[in-house]
Design a protein around this ligand. Sequence first.
Ligand code: UDP
Length: 329
Amino acid sequence: MAILVLGGAGYIGSHTVYELVDAGRDVVVVDNLLTGFRQAVHPKARFYQTDIRDRAALDKVFQTESIEGVIHFAASSQVGESMSDPLKYYDNNLYGTTVLLQSMVANGVKHIVFSSTAATYGEPERVPILEDDPTHPTNCYGETKLAMEHMMRWVSGAHDLHYVALRYFNACGAHPSGQIGEAHDPETHLIPIILQAAAGTREAVSIFGDDYPTRDGTCVRDYIHVTDLAQAHILALDYLLRGGENNVFNLGNGVGFTVKEVVEAARTITGQPITANLSPRRSGDPAQLVASSEKAKTVLGWKPQYADLNVILSTAWAWHKNHPNGFEG
Ligand code: UDP
């Protein structure tokens, strides 16, 4: 039986496929390659260039392959874009997941682990955030991910379908082998932008606001290595395959860093000066997001291996230095 990874050519998806293959699992990847890269797909995975909104094509994958569980990353994931083009997020994230669940139910596939996000919480009332804390997203990206969680819950109540939602905090870092890493076009995430400034492919990094109620006025985030996230997906899928109940888990390191602290740490790791300029706030950004991941550690047995921000930055730097143009060279 194979594991189907939707969005397996994207950043977190491709790293999860590498971990699955390394663990000896049979892997099928579906990706429409709108934001993912064919070169990021592990050569041992069977690849289908398919959009999850295409019901007939998805049905064909389920009928061709023998799938025991699905890991679902196929979504649009940029906070800023979700504010300027919300309908893209409703279409790709919510409609895409609707079609996927229709196809899973029709084809008798019962287990799904999927990407959710810290953005489901919005501006938290306290940190570290627990899974049953209130969810009031401040951006459309988080709104669609929360709606995906709710969709899974209702569908699970009506059909023999079981889910785990993994609410990631800030995914970052690259595969320790240096073979794959983060590559978005355009890039919007803080750490790759800082490292592009270090590598000289961008002049400077803009700091989005320094008037937040945090220790230096810049936003606080909980940065978690992509390989640690990948491992959590495998643990979550195995939990479901063992008969585990529907569940939601935070995935973070439980430590928050400000934007300025990340820039400073990157200057040390790269040895480059990295110019940082102050810019206005970015719409939709909460002041601080820090996870409690005790539940994932207790229930799934998750143990992050790359928790140190310097290690995270070093793996990301190894990738960016050698691939200044991402997968294009
Ligand atoms: N950020 C920034 N400059 C950038 C990109 C991001 O100051 O060029 C800030 C952003 O406002 C947020 C943090 O860095 O507080 C992390 O943003 P990112 O887009 O990496 O992840 P998000 O928290 O939106 O998931």
